[in-house]
Design a protein around this ligand. Sequence first.
Ligand SMILES: *Cc1c(COP(=O)(O)O)cnc(C)c1O
Length: 421
Amino acid sequence: MDHFLYQDGILHAEDVALTDIAATIGTPFYCYSAATLTRHYKLFSEALSPLPHLVCFAIKSLSNIAILKLLGDLGAGMDVVSIGEYHRARAAGVPGNRIVFSGVGKTRDEMRTALLGGIRQFNVESEPELRALSQVATALGMTAPIALRVNPDVDARTHAKIATGKKENKFGIPITRAPQIYAEAATLPGIQVVGIDVHIGSQLTELEPFEQAFQKVADLTELLRSQGHSITRLDLGGGLGIPYTRSNEAPPLPLDYGAMIKRTLGHLNCEIEIEPGRLISGNSGILVSKVIYNKQGEGRDFLILDAAMNDLIRPSMYDAHHDIVPVIEPAPGILPQPFDVVGPVCETGDTFAKQRDLPPMAEGDLVVFRSAGAYGAVMASEYNTRPLVPEVLVQGDHFAVIRARPTFEDILKRDSIPEWL
Ligand SMILES: *Cc1c(COP(=O)(O)O)cnc(C)c1O
């Protein structure tokens, strides 16, 4: 469920007409609903209750500081995968003891900054990283709390580019070698083992791969405890999928995911951490765009929009489907017609959808890409020197620009011409 519905024939974000936002700031823009973000965060938190838990929002899915503040104020922790994201979380007022640091290639500089600034735990992904962290922490006279990210070798049954839990993926340490590496961690100065971490992929539409992975984590917890390690936290990663189409079979609900976690891990008396990104942000955001031209091609019509692959790359990168709907509700009985929906960028890959049924559309009409809150704005670029797409947050009947569209002056002044040219 989200808060993007037609009211009096105009698509609204909560109680704000998208036509009003478009008239104020122009198009294209991302628009997020505070009520939807809040609702999704609470679904997870409630699903894990009464287990002690922390829902750490995966910042990489949507990293605007205003969004992080909204979630942080609700009590969310944050999952960061770079020190840049760490700075965002801190700028949003999230304390270090609610931030977990994931990622396969943390640098020593990043470790130092996080240790000095305060961090809940590092999710360590390799032996070299473990040793580097030990050295960095020792040099600072500090202790780094860690979980080792184990790779459980399960098939997440999702798109190959976002599956992370098979042994051929670059992530984590093979679960079979975990006892050996935990034994080493226990001997390293500056390292304090607190738990186990796992994250098997994104946009999972079944609970079964999670359950297989979590069962392996449960077994590992008992084994490591029998070897004398203190395992008090289990970080289960993110990855729960969302419906991208109205007709799709519905992916599992957070409530069922939580029940499965309690069933597989509840008896271990651990604090549970989860790192959902997409399920919190995905259906909380849309991309609003305007039709530049309706171009009649040979045997097909192209709807050329002012949004392009640089603003929303998921269709060209993951073959992702986004529902596209008009902002002005079509009159009943209007016959849809098929369009190829494209952007103005000079790449054939700049195609959002082929032969998509839409009501008749004309220059200046507004359209919305649904389910664009996750991995949308964060993956945007300025390819073709198209200004970085702005972001708007709606709450009730008011909205605010939370990232402004840069001017061409802003863009050009980032480059500099060397004196000797
Ligand atoms: C990407 C990622 C997530 C979030 O995944 P979603 O599918 O957006 O829930 C969580 N944890 C880690 C380590 C990740 O890399």
